[in-house]
Every structure is written in C-alpha cells, then in structure tokens.
Design a protein around this ligand. Structure first.
Ligand code: HOZ
Length: 429
C-alpha cells in the first residue's frame, strides 16, 4: 500500500476525516489526499517520493516558495533564543511598524495567531466601537470559522456542500446579514432599512474562497461610500489578498481605504500569524485601553514572526510583485491555451499572485456564476494534473497560488501537463 493511503487510513482512526482542515480530505475531488513530506521552492514531495509543482503553497502563505533559505535561517535563529515568552518582544514592534508602513490604512495593529482569530476579533471590535450588532457579509466569502461568520461561507463549507455550519445557534447568526458579492444594491437596501444597526461590512476584496471572483469595477467603492454614509465600519478581509495581490494588498490595488483590515497567511510566511488593524480611534477601543476584550498566549510568537518578517522582507525586493503577477498571468494563459487546444470550455484569471480556473467561457462575477462552473470536470482535471505532477487545490472553490519560486521551468512543466490533462478530458480517458 502506498504511503499516503496507509497514513490516511491510520489518520482516519484518530482524526475526524483523517485531516485537520476539511478541504485537505479530497472529498470534493475524490481519492486519497497526498501526505506531503517536504517542499523546496515551487516543488513538494509526498511520502512516496513523488514530486509535484505546487499551486497550493500552504493555501497562500508561501509567497517565496517552500523552505526559502532566508526564512528558514530566521526561524532557526529565533527558535534558538526561545520559542515563546508570553511577554512583549522586539519582533512584535518590528512587525507592527512594518504593517503600518506598508498598509497606510492600518494606524495600529494587533497580532494574533490565525486569520480566523483576526476576523473574529475585528468583528467584535467593530461591534464594540459602533455599539451596533449587525454585520454584513457576502455569500461565498469565507472569513474563518467563527460562529457569526460561518453563514453561506466559501472554502471548506462550500466544498462539502454545507456553507453554513451545524452547531451555530440561530441566535448567534441572527445579526449576520448575507448579501450577494459584487452587487452593492443589496447593501444599499440593507442600510436604508436598518442602517442604524449595522456595525460593519466585512468583505474579501478579491474573493478567494469560492474559487477566485474579482470585484466588479465600482463594487468596493460603493461599499466604502455606503459604510461612510451610514456610520458602519468597512472591514477588508485581506487574510488571503494581503501581500499576495501586491505589497499594499487589495486596498492599494483598488485604491480603497477600509476602516479595519485583517491579515494572515503571507505575514506568517508559513507559520501561524494573523493580524487585525486599522483606524487608531477604533483600535484604541481594544483592551487594555478600552472595553473590547481580546487576548492570546501565543499572539506575536517570536518564531512565527521571524518567518513572517523574513518573508515580508523578500516581498519588498524591487519588481517582486511585477514578476509574481507576470508569472501568475503566464500560468493562466498557458492553462487556457492548453484547454482551448482541446476544445474545452475553460478560462483562468489572476489578481497578482493568486488565480482562479473555471470550466466556463468567462470568469464568474458572482456566487451564482461560480456555481454554474462544472465541478465534475474540475475534479477530473485535478486528478489528471496530479497524475502529471501538478498539485492544484483539491476543490473547485479555492484559489490557486504562485510563488516567486515558480520559474519558467515549473510553468513549462505545468503547461505540458495541462495539455495532456485536457486532452485526456476531451477523450474521456
Ligand atoms: N480554508 C483554507 C483554504 N481557503 C484551507 C485551509 C487548509 O486546509 O489548510
């Protein structure tokens, strides 16, 4: 029996579904998840020694590729000095200063250990600051797995066909309003009918948990204007897009200043780091200055921050994002060309270093259009690519990620793999 199959069997006895995060279980695409053993640059190896060009990149954090020497060295140095103190350290100041400098809407920031913690805390803060209860989110956007946000969510819930979770009491989500992504008219109506109760609007400025859906021109601007008019806070969930679509995140790309921003993934460089920050007057409502409580033993962990700081430093190299964006665009172009050569309805698009692939003719602009994509064909494509040595996200509802380590050789390999994979789909092999 192959190593991944053996480990998956063992894992299922002691871990629900054999995984520690649902999408990894390959339920949407079928088959056995790969158990990975190591990674270097753009390549990962499974426990059976097979190698793959990796477009998951730990779901986004590994913007400089696997085990970048600068990042590994920084982690080793930090670890040698102590793993955790539960007391302030210099690295926390350095990270906070860097985030405030690179994302100007962040005047103050608090570090946490995951994206879920960041969004959960930002929501609490927004409610505490505005003294209002309701929050608005958009269908198919995923903001981590805190109760109030786990309604019509993307990512794993959507992948498993359960976008709202059991175990979340109706009372907990009675204050959550869910609207259509890329349609500001719903928000206009919600504000008109109950604006005085809406504390915040939270949005993925580029949706990356229902595949990739880019914001329509004017959508984010409309959210900004409506939140300002009705005194609600605009929260950009940039856990995925922060330092991924460009140095200043999606807010720099689209020229919008949110009141609060949540971060994760890249700022930890593969280690558990999250953050939420924004307007100083809002942030100062947090304990110990104000009445909104939030805390964490491992918040600002020095080893995790060492990985994050080293990664962010790499992203500040001249042309880093130009090159990353160009490489990601090339991946999309080569995949699309390969599909069309086989006569398959397919398209792909990228925003900076993240991309989406769709089995339809044009990129979806809404959750409904995402649902029109052919998920069964995606699964066949996923497995054909895996057999060719290319590791895509095992779900039609996740974005893909390119790193600075994906060079011409990896992209060429991907294109050749895609040509064979699409041809096999056409032949029904
Ligand atoms: N929710 C993550 C992707 N959007 C998946 C996390 C994981 O399985 O590691």
């Amino acid at each position: 029996m192959k190593g991944s199959q053996r480990l998956f069997k063992q894992a299922q006895l002691v871990t629900p579904g054999g995984v520690n995060s649902p999408v990894r279980a390959f339920r949407a695409v079928g088959g056995t998840p790969l158990f990975l053993q190591r990674g270097k640059g753009a390549i990962v190896w499974d426990v059976d020694g097979a190698s793959y060009v990796d477009y998951v990149g730990s779901w986004g954090p590994l913007i400089a590729g696997h085990a970048h020497p600068d990042v590994v060295r920084a982690v080793e140095r930090a670890a040698a000095k102590g793993l955790s103190f539960g007391a302030p350290t210099e690295a926390e100041v350095e990270m906070a200063e860097l985030l405030c400098k690179l994302i100007p809407s962040i005047e103050q920031v608090r570090l946490v250990s995951s994206g879920t913690e960041a969004t959960m805390s930002a929501i609490r803060l927004a409610r505490g600051f505005t003294n209002r209860s309701k929050i608005v989110k958009f269908e198919g956007c995923y903001h981590g797995h805190a109760d109030a946000l786990l309604v019509k969510a993307g990512s794993g819930g959507l992948t498993l066909g359960q976008p709202s979770s059991a175990g979340v009491p109706p009372e907990t989500i009675q204050h959550t309003i869910v609207l259509d992504y890329n349609d500001e008219t719903g928000l206009q109506r919600s504000f008109e009918t109950g604006g005085a109760d809406i504390a915040a609007v939270i949005v993925e400025p580029v949706a990356g948990n229902m595949n990739l859906v880019a914001p329509r021109t004017g959508f984010l601007q409309a959210l900004r204007a409506l939140c300002t008019r009705y005194g609600a806070l605009l929260i950009f969930d940039e856990v995925m897009t922060g330092f991924r679509v460009g140095s200043g995140g999606a807010q720099a790309l689209y020229g919008i200043e949110p009141d609060l921003t949540t971060l994760g993934k890249v700022i930890g460089g593969g280690m558990p780091v999250g953050a939420f920050g924004g307007r100083r007057d809002v942030m100062q409502v947090l304990a110990p200055l104000g009445p909104v409580y939030q805390a964490g033993t491992l918040s600002g962990n020095p080893v995790a921050l060492a990985a994050g700081l080293a990664t962010l430093k790499l992203t500040q190299a001249p042309r880093f994002y130009d090159d990353l964006t160009a490489a990601t665009r090339l991946v999309c172009e080569r995949l699309t060309a390969a599909a069309h050569a086989s006569g398959i309805a397919f398209c792909a698009q990228n925003v900076g270093g993240m991309f989406g692939v769709y089995f339809r003719d044009t990129p979806p602009q809404s959750f409904a259009q995402v649902m029109q994509c052919n998920a069964a064909t995606f699964s066949a494509f996923f497995h054909a690519m895996l057999a060719e040595g290319v590791y895509l996200a095992p779900s039609a509802y996740e974005a893909g990620f390119v790193s600075s380590a994906h060079g011409p050789e990896e992209i060429e390999k991907t294109a050749a793999a895609a040509a064979r994979a699409f041809a096999s789909l056409k032949d029904g092999r």
